[in-house]
Design a protein around this ligand. Sequence first.
Ligand code: PLP
Length: 405
Amino acid sequence: MISEKMRPFLANNSAIRMMFEEGKKMAELYGADKVYDFSLGNPNVPAPQRVNQAMKDILDEEDPLFVHGYMSNAGYPEVREAIAENLNQRFGTKFAGRNLIMTVGAGSGLNVALKTLLDPGDEVITFAPYFLEYRAYVTNYDGVLVTVEPDQETFQINREAFRAKITAKTKAVIINNPNNPTGVVYSEETIRALAAILEEKQKAYGHAIYLISDEPYRELVFDGATVPFVTEYYDNTIVVYSYSKSLSLPGERIGYVLIPDEVEESAMTIDAATIANRISGCVNAPSLVQLAVGRCVDCQADLAFYDRNRKTLYEGLTELGFTCVRPQGAFYLWMKVPTADGTDASAAEAVFVSAAKKYHILIVPGSSFACPGYVRLAYCVSYETIVNSLPEFAKLSQEFIVKTC
Ligand code: PLP
């Protein structure tokens, strides 16, 4: 018999994943070019050629025992040093290779960080709307996820609501910047305010409160937006990074956890995280792609591709009368359900998502991010998908926007 802990997962399997499967079925039925699948954050831009070449070169040049063998549980020292050096150049930091633990993507990195920090009953705060896997990751270690309601004007952090949620049991806070699902970039002012509240509460409760900064979209920013490097603002920061989005490598499963020397008991925390990586069963991050990213630390994401999609979609939808948050980062657009005001937002959202399917448009309901009344569109799709979806969105808008005027 399966565990009590797993039962709820069967009942509430990921809506995003289900929609992705549905999209594939619809594509078989109607043809891939007639389905506008904005469900999954699976990059449509191929990985940079340099990454592929690095993999080939590594296979040709290096000893197979080195390339395919076990290495230190934290990863190859030379890869960790290359990444630390690159971060130091970009952000003026002073990291060493020992501050990094290579992980099986950010998902695993978050699990490593939480396993390292949490005792049963510890509280972890995050901000709605949020990547819903955070809830599962926190409960994996018998922690309790506490959510802060959004500021629906800006989708920056709701500071007073955050302050009110911190208790003696708060062990960690997770932020995601740039943000999935809103596409918002938390400003320097927001990060400074967050750090000040955390400093104040650490003093009041007499123990560390860790800030886990989940940054798979760090480089995906537009309109000149900058993402503050959080370790510079708050000492007890642990950064979780992934190459899934920046280098279009989600299936390869590669990322890292960064634990700076300024973190309380940093050496012990790094050792514990390295063990957490091993005993999670991952043992170490995959070797070939780990070596490849070590050779490609300065590779860039194809920002121009995402930017064109972002502008075309945002402008197209707002012209049709939809209310959207102008995305500054990641590759998501956060749109208000036109009929959500003053009614049951979850019900309005369900009707909207299902109506969109009539036009072969797949979008993810805001409740999948604990924020009903909105939908998320992942615009990491082909440009043709964006352009061809707009006449279908026009039909959807006639059903919803005209009706409510
Ligand atoms: N965190 C956020 C906010 C994400 O959106 C995702 C993936 O979509 C992840 C973590 C997990 O990324 P990875 O593929 O590196 O495990």
